[in-house]
Design a protein around this ligand. Sequence first.
Ligand SMILES: Nc1ncnc2c1ncn2[C@@H]1O[C@H](COP(=O)(O)OP(=O)(O)OP(=O)(O)O)[C@@H](O)[C@H]1O
Ligand SMILES: [Mg+2]
Length: 355
Amino acid sequence: MAHPAVRLTAVTKSFGTAPAVRNLDLDIAQGEFFALLGPSGCGKTTTLRMLGGFTTPTSGSIHLDGVDVTNHPPNRRDVNTVFQSYALFDHLTIWDNIAFGLKRRGRPTAEIRERVGEMLDLVQLGDMATRRPRTLSGGQRQRVALARALVNRPKVLLLDEPLAALDLKLRRQMQVELKQIQREVGITFVFVTHDQDEALTMADRVAVMNGGVVEQCGAPEDVYERPASRFVASFMGTSNLMTGVYSGGTVTLDGDVRLPVAQRTDCADGSTVSLSVRPEKIWLSDFEPGMVRVTGVIRETVYSGPTTTYLIDLAPGLRVAALEQNTARARREDRWEGGEEVELGWRPQDCLVLA
Ligand SMILES: Nc1ncnc2c1ncn2[C@@H]1O[C@H](COP(=O)(O)OP(=O)(O)OP(=O)(O)O)[C@@H](O)[C@H]1O
Ligand SMILES: [Mg+2]
């Protein structure tokens, strides 16, 4: 069987006393687009720097393609890094920026010409080859940085928030392009981001980090639809998190709101649990048989183009958000107004019990 492209075994990194990364086990497959996702300070960059060889783990080991590289310097690892600041050479043309690594390694001129040409085509900057980085837009510079790393044909490419400097529209566009490029070249990407949308859009698998620990790792849909913890549920998009007391298949919330839960749970009667229902899983009309039903009062109607979000009080201090698509069939006059009493419903399986 092929080795994983990347294997971290019980990796810990401490600065002084506080561990930035704690006892991390992770396998990343060959050709996988893997995202490390988490809030500021959770240890994403530290993990990436250990993969690149810029930082040594305090304990544990790192294997790349089956080889123990824990104590190898960066230049002895088949890995390239694209940092958030692209660090292009402004005195060189785009062509020379991309050719830099190959020239330094003394590759033959004909080969350099061919490979740089291929890269320029791949990132669609062929007509800008003779320009200087400062004359390019942020997105174009980002693609140069990517081409400069890919031209070395590393086994693994590490990317640390490479799109963070771009405005939202360009960022969305680059997310799609980067994903396409990764498919074309087939190189393993380890992509760091604190943006959950970005991770969901781009990655084959996502590891959600919190306080130096991976709380959950899986396909975007699994992590989003079935968060393993309260932290993951709240970090992955908007979630209605409610706390209540579990007893015999029902959770009692503040204001004596009782919600039956379908999910099999090993919670003891009387224990405190968190519930999570995604806003888009809440129905406000056309209920199905078997749904959990509660009543509430609309407090706020937030129109945002394709969707409308309603903030609804189920009881004093117990507020949930419900999201409706503004499809062609949805009519403006059907929108709920503040103060109106509404009925809410969700499928039992869409309400998760989080320990
Ligand atoms: N060289 C260092 N010396 C001391 N502490 C450090 C060092 N590098 C990182 N840390 C600490 O380790 C923790 C993790 O930092 P890291 O840079 O990995 O976070 P991150 O997840 O990349 O955050 P961000 O999203 O803000 O970039 C932080 O608490 C940080 O202060
Ligand atoms: Mg970082």
